[in-house]
Design a protein around this ligand. Structure first.
Ligand code: SAM
Length: 282
């Protein structure tokens, strides 16, 4: 942050800055530096350790693709786990589906508390939904020790620094696989590939030996600057990713969900990768 600008410190040689029109909250939580401020373009912005996590203006491009793609590809997801996701945006999207239980495992209670207070346009009333259980714990430890099974596991983590490093390790993906039911799907946030090549490459290469189907798919989030973000994909069956467009359209109509980024066409197209990303996958 310098003067009235918030300057993100994610990369050494590239920076994005957002004008701060008002600081709503700033504190050092037990786990991270947390700041919520207003920006004229993006509305309210949540930043952790100097990195933009989500904004009111463009969160739909991230949360809709992180959630609706695996759930509609699975086709009958009743039990869902979210690892991280303290702002509640992913939780809100999951709860739009006919699910029975959502376990959200977030490390930092302050992120949930402050998101409820300052970001209701992102989380809505998701935290009050009786289908949702919020568990304050380390997501890696939870997956290692859990004994329940999920149809879809969504990893909505910070970038791999500090407490989220374990969420990018092969051991964690193996623990997630062990918790997936038949044709279960694991998705992860894997960074902006043009800038964070290692994140996408390592995610794919670590998942590949573990899953019947491992892949990456794309979304485009304005405040995750410098190109496409990739989301990691691991499934116990090849079928979910190959679900034909007509069937995805049927499931989307049946779910009766309103979206701003997700469409059945973009769902299918998101698995088509540019050459520079295919090259990373080897
Ligand atoms: N959409 C964001 C992005 O792509 O940068 C992620 C947002 S969400 C707020 C990330 C959450 O992951 C944070 O609230 C953070 O506290 C949580 N987190 C980090 N490491 C974790 C861990 N090991 N277990 C559970 N939650 C974790």
């Amino acid at each position: 942050m310098s003067g009235e600008w918030f300057t993100e410190t994610l990369y050494t040689d590239y920076r994005q800055s957002l004008r701060i029109s008002k600081v709503l909250h700033r504190e050092r939580t037990v786990y991270q530096d947390l700041m919520i401020f207003e920006n004229p373009c993006f509305g309210r912005v949540l930043a952790l350790d100097g990195i933009v996590q989500t904004t009111e203006g463009d969160e739909f491009a991230y949360h809709e693709m992180l959630v609706h793609v695996p759930i509609l590809a699975h086709g009958n997801a009743k039990r869902v786990a979210i690892i991280g996701g303290g702002d509640g945006g992913a939780l809100e999207e999951v709860l739009k589906h006919d699910v029975e239980r959502v376990a959200m495992v977030e490390l930092d209670p302050a992120v949930v508390e402050l998101s409820r207070r300052y970001l209701p346009s992102i989380c809505g009333d998701a935290f009050d939904d009786p289908r949702a259980e919020v568990i304050f714990a380390d997501g890696a430890a939870f997956m290692r020790e859990a004994d329940e099974t999920f149809d879809v596991i969504v990893v909505d983590s910070t970038d791999p620094v500090g407490p989220s490093v374990a969420l990018f390790e092969q051991e964690f993906y193996a623990d997630c696989r062990a918790r997936l039911g038949e044709a279960g799907v694991l998705v992860t946030q894997s960074g902006v590939t043009f800038m964070q090549e290692d994140e996408a490459r390592d995610t794919y290469r670590r998942m590949k030996p573990l899953f019947a189907d491992a892949w990456l798919y794309l979304t485009q989030v304005p405040t995750y600057g410098a190109g496409f973000m990739t989301l990691g994909w691991g499934s116990l069956s090849a079928a979910p990713r190959k679900t034909p467009l007509a069937e995805i359209e049927r499931r989307f109509r049946a779910a009766a969900i309103e979206t701003r980024y997700y469409t059945p066409e973009i769902h299918v197209a998101a698995f088509g990768l540019p050459g520079y990303i295919r090259a990373l996958m080897g």
